[in-house]
Write a protein that binds this ligand. Structure first.
Ligand code: FAD
Length: 371
């Protein structure tokens, strides 16, 4: 079903798709609930989670710890493991029935598969891979007044739709921001004519904030049969490889192309420094592209977004795409032999020098301080 602008006034509340796997809530869900709380407060509406699975009621109250007012729970053995068909059908039909104005997904593998399918079925807009969300239509209007040749009258009408012949103000719109053109600029995207406005949000970008609420758990009726699902999940096999947990780490020591004269030695130094700090090793994309380290270590626009207590960048120049993933770290320490490297622009502490000389001294000093 397609909702056109005449239906917009019927849509209310902010929804977050609450991703769970094997009955465990994914950390991104709490980040999105916290962000959704902020948006719902600005709009003066409720924040609702939509949770699909098999017997997942027990984890629904966790969402109340981060500010959810309600959770719509859809339980079925057919929803135990994620399938595109089943999840798309249940979510799309729930949206048609209950009509949220905003619907957020994590940009996880599941979110990236599911959100576009729902958006297409609901005939609405989806902004993928957002790094920032606001309620902000007036800023967009001001920008157009200054930058476009559109008559002011037409700009004022933006965000106003006719419902039963009367003007209806939809200017409380969500502004979805994401990197564009290879990260060289940030694009602000609005979805003023269709509902819900949908976005996927990169894991790790939004901060989770505790905000206790008495959450109401609801079980709306829904229809789902085996005939709705074209695929069958035969087995879920967990990857044997242990992936590095960059998003949850307090200390990250990242390596860049600056280790090129001794790749093995450079990575070993980073591992040693990470170990004395109780942290993990990250990297720039240059090292991943060169095959020196696996992609799960990559920080940046096409890697992970991190905000540890301390981020140490070793031999990383500080390209905009790398900074996009680490510049919100609480404390940034950069080691680079070039004193004009852009990484120093975001660093709290900069050490100009050869990482192969600096890092062993750092390790020794930390060990001595701990002894
Ligand atoms: P370089 O830019 O080559 O920098 C190496 C640095 O090491 C230099 O500053 C040099 O002075 C210093 N150095 C050399 N030797 C030493 C030494 N012995 N001691 C100390 N310092 C030394 N990049 C990312 O990191 N993450 C991303 O997610 C990402 N996504 C991208 C997405 C797109 C669409 C594009 C176009 C690019 C992306 N990039 C990303 C690539 C990015 O533009 C840069 O090319 C990359 O970050 C550079 O990595 P680097 O800093 O390790 O290497």
């Amino acid at each position: 079903m397609a909702f056109n602008s005449a239906d917009i006034g019927a849509f209310k509340n902010v929804w977050v798709f609450c991703e769970q796997r094997q009955g465990k809530m994914m950390p991104t869900t709490f980040e999105l609930i916290s962000e959704g709380r902020k948006l719902a407060d600005e709009l003066g509406v409720e924040l609702c989670g939509i949770l699909l699975g098999d017997n997942v009621d027990a984890i629904a109250p966790e969402l109340g710890n981060y500010g959810a007012d309600k959770v719509y729970v859809y339980n079925s053995p057919l929803l135990k493991d994620y399938t595109t068909d089943a999840y798309t059908k249940v979510i799309s039909e729930a949206v048609e029935e209950i009509k949220p104005e905003i619907l957020l997904f994590g940009a996880s593998n599941i979110g990236r598969d599911l959100a576009p399918r729902c958006a297409a079925r609901l005939h609405t807009g989806l902004c993928a891979d957002c790094t920032h969300l606001d309620i902000d239509m007036p800023i967009y209007k001001n920008f157009l007044k200054e930058a476009s040749t559109l008559p002011a009258e037409r700009i004022e009408k933006l965000g106003t739709v006719k419902i039963n012949g009367a003007d209806h103000d939809v200017s409380r719109d969500i502004k979805m921001t994401r990197p564009a053109f290879g990260g060289h600029l940030m694009a602000s995207i609005f979805c003023p004519r269709f509902r819900p406005a949908m976005a996927t949000v990169r894991p790790g970008v939004m901060k989770k904030r505790e905000c206790k609420k008495n959450v109401e758990i609801l079980h709306p009726a829904f229809n789902l049969t085996e005939a709705d699902i074209k695929t069958e999940v035969v087995e879920v096999v967990k990857a044997a490889k242990k992936l590095v947990d960059l998003i949850g780490a307090d200390f990250i020591v990242s390596v860049g192309r600056g280790i090129s004269k001794d790749v093995e030695g450079g990575i070993k130094l980073a591992e040693e420094l990470a170990e004395v700090l109780g942290g993990v090793v990250g990297s720039s994309r240059a090292c991943v592209d060169a095959g020196w380290i696996t992609a799960d270590h990559q920080v940046g626009q096409t890697g992970k977004t991190v905000h540890p207590k301390v981020y140490i960048a070793l031999g990383i120049s500080g390209a905009i795409q790398h900074k996009a993933g680490m510049q919100d770290s609480e404390c940034i320490i950069a080691v680079n032999k070039n004193d004009t490297a852009p990484i120093f622009e975001v660093a709290d502490y900069g050490i100009v020098g050869d990482l192969f000389k600096v890092v062993p001294e750092l390790i020794e000093s930390i060990k001595a301080a701990k002894a």
